[in-house]
Design a protein. Structure first.
Length: 99
């Protein structure tokens, strides 16, 4: 992962509401949640929620899958793991005590 991709991912999490939505989807696991379920769990208004979901999807943090008239949203776990690895890959290397 490069700095640009990492910055985009971390920037997308930089909103309290988007972070709340993302954590909600992480808790839901691989099954994901319908938009209405996310809304009921977060109390974010529908129009605002749609904006946050679009922002998170464009950063690659969530995957939205349309099936007929329903849209299931899932956390993009592999991308989230890559972001975590990116931020920790040089942990403690300056001090010589890498954990």
């Amino acid at each position: 992962m490069d700095n640009v991709s990492a910055a985009q991912g971390f920037s997308a999490m930089g909103s309290e509401s988007r972070l709340e939505v993302l954590r909600c989807l992480v808790k839901a696991g691989e099954d994901g949640l319908l938009v209405g379920e996310i809304q009921s769990r977060t109390a974010i208004p529908a129009s605002t929620l749609a904006h946050h979901l679009k922002f998170l999807a464009s950063a690659g943090l969530i995957i939205s899958e349309k099936n007929g008239r329903t849209i299931t949203n899932r956390a993009a776990f592999s991308h989230l793991e890559s972001l975590a690895a990116f931020i920790l890959e040089e942990c403690c290397t300056a001090s010589g005590n890498r954990s």
